[in-house]
Design a protein around this ligand. Sequence first.
Ligand code: SAM
Ligand code: SF4
Length: 329
Amino acid sequence: MKGMFDRANRKIEYLRISITDRCNLRCVYCMPEDGVVFTGHEEILSYEEVLRVVNVTTRMGISKVRLTGGEPLVRKGVAGLIREIAAIPGIEDLSLTTNGMLLGKMAAELWDAGLRRINISLDSLNPDTFRDLTRGAELSTVLDGIAIAETMGFGPIKINVVAIRGLNDSEIEDFARLTLDKPYHVRFIEFMPIGARALWDDTKVVPTQEVKDRVAALGGLTPVKARELAGPATLFRLPGAQGIVGFISPVSDHFCGVCNRLRLTADGKLRPCLFSESEIDLKTPMRAGCDDAELDRLFSVALSVKPEGHGMADGVKKKYHRTMSKIGG
Ligand code: SAM
Ligand code: SF4
């Protein structure tokens, strides 16, 4: 069989790379307001080290790479990294997840570097709520960034919304309506027990079924078959809509059976599952001069320990040690 398969025979072809744990925002559900201890520059993988990992893993079967963080656009030289990854043989899909704050300024250089797909995290369309959720950011900066990226040709533009009861759940319909006139993919993601611990409790999770029922009430939802573009999302279209509405349900209906990814943390750990604390250190062996065969071996170890499921839907709702900004959401 060609490609990398884990012990549950899932084909692993997607590597999500966090290039920094720093961020220019402090979303209330993700990071504490202050006192965040960032990883020192020396401890973060250099771009050369990231490229080495991508080169090795593409030879093993990885064909999709997403850059994330923290906020990936705050790391200097990110466009250069994108250019180099895009040129690696075997990379079929390269994308980036951003909060959109620097998108307006950087869309042209990102496009020029070869990036074509972006996901923007946007949790409110109301300037005041957005300011509260992000602890101070201006909604218009992100909306302008999205508009510039759209004009540039990025597509499909995916907008990720974490629905949190009592914070932004009154906007579910507004977000869904965005797809009527715009070719965006608006994807609702369940709030996960990761990150700012004080905020999470299971009453704040708005289950996908509830979000879906409310969106369907706008006129009905027709399923869209687009597995390739969808990842773990199930996709639908409102009547006459240009865009697509997606639902990602890590809490109520985990999608572990179709999980095709590994994560590389900014400090060089391979994380087989977002919800499992086990990590395999690549940085120490790389810095000690290991050869590529050793990296291959460490990847195989990661595949062998990738859990078959995270059990959150079964009531194992423990809170997780690292935040999404540390792991790379
Ligand atoms: N800073 C970038 C951004 O916000 O898009 C990339 C990193 S951020 C950690 C990636 C995604 O993780 C964002 O869409 C964010 O909403 C999501 N996220 C963070 N904490 C989460 C949580 N507890 N539950 C669900 N999604 C979460
Ligand atoms: Fe930063 Fe993204 Fe976390 Fe918000 S969700 S604090 S933008 S890393």
